[in-house]
Design a protein around this ligand. Structure first.
Ligand SMILES: Cc1ncc(C[n+]2csc(CCOP(=O)(O)OP(=O)(O)O)c2C)c(N)n1
Ligand SMILES: [Mg+2]
Length: 281
């Protein structure tokens, strides 16, 4: 691993703060998966604004597969910074008749697969990685899925396939937040030790602090140097990290409904952080 001297870190930390802010802005209208969007902001900043190569036409050359559909909020909040969505349209998130679904449909801008039935993304991403290699492209395939999804059997079928096929163009990113719908994953049905399990399947595995831009960048870099194996980043993330008042108010929140006072307090806190980071305080 590098020492983390990447000069992009400060810019990406500003982007992550803005992605946190966008997440609250979008979710405060009708509720949503705000804790996950906030927690995934550092990974999103690194992924969309550093790791995925661009196609020169305003979109991405590499492919990102979101498996746990409810983390669509991360993609929406990041793509608002990218300029592909406006905050105005994203504020229809979770409204009747909107295209800004809480779990996305294949073909919606930013989403490769229909996701919501959990556990399917790793297989689809492995298939896409295999197909891209068959086609002879240099595309890299990234798939985000969750600790809850590790309880689905087909995740492990996909892992077996990806390792057997030596899919070194495939990077799994696991949101290992020790949370699922009914409580802490550790209590419901532990999935640990996650890196060791993937290593046993033939992956190169790395546990990283998913809320450290430096560690996430280092892992993405390392993934490109691994030959003959798929790579998995087991990202320990913390729900609502970076917005302390919401972490305290909503500690185990899989889904957050409206509570105007909490949202306003969260917005005020993240606004102050964005201003401090950008020097506009
Ligand atoms: C196949 C399937 N089983 C169950 C569900 C219901 N469900 C929706 S979210 C969720 C929790 C999954 O855990 P995780 O993705 O880790 O949740 P988070 O950390 O984002 O709270 C469950 C069980 C589903 N969507 N799909
Ligand atoms: Mg989880």
């Amino acid at each position: 691993m590098s020492t983390g001297s990447n000069s992009r870190v400060p810019d990406l930390e500003i982007l992550a703060a803005k992605i946190r802010r966008n997440t609250l802005d979008i979710c405060m209208q009708r509720g949503g998966y705000a804790g996950q969007g906030v927690a995934l902001a550092d990974i999103a900043a690194c992924l969309y604004f550093d790791e995925l190569r661009t196609d020169g036409k305003g979109w991405f050359h590499d492919r990102f597969v979101l498996s746990n559909g409810h983390d669509a909020i991360m993609t929406y909040a990041a793509l608002a910074e990218h300029g592909s969505y406006t905050l105005e349209e994203l504020r229809t998130y979770n409204a009747d008749g909107t295209k800004i679904d809480q779990s996305p449909i294949e073909g919606q801008l930013g989403f490769e697969i229909t996701a919501g039935s959990l556990g399917q993304g790793p297989s689809q991403a492995a298939g896409i990685a295999w197909a891209e290699r068959q086609r002879g492209t240099d595309k890299r395939i990234y798939c985000l899925f969750s600790d809850g999804e590790l309880q689905e059997g087909n995740v492990w079928e996909a892992a077996m396939f990806a390792a057997h096929q030596k899919l070194s163009n495939l990077v799994y990113i696991i949101d290992n937040n020790d949370l699922q719908a009914s409580g802490a994953t550790t209590n419901v049905m532990s999935v640990e030790p996650v890196p060791e399990k993937f290593e046993a399947f033939g992956f190169f595995a790395r546990r990283v602090d998913g809320n450290s831009v430096t560690e996430v960048l280092d892992a993405f870099e390392e993934a490109k140097s691994v030959a003959g194996k798929p790579y998995v980043m087991v990202c320990d993330t913390r729900i609502f990290v970076g917005i302390d008042c919401l972490r305290e108010a909503l500690p185990m929140a899989h889904y957050v409904a409206q509570n105007a006072a909490d949202w306003e307090a969260g917005l005020a806190e993240i606004d102050a952080k964005v201003a401090a980071l950008t020097g506009e305080a």
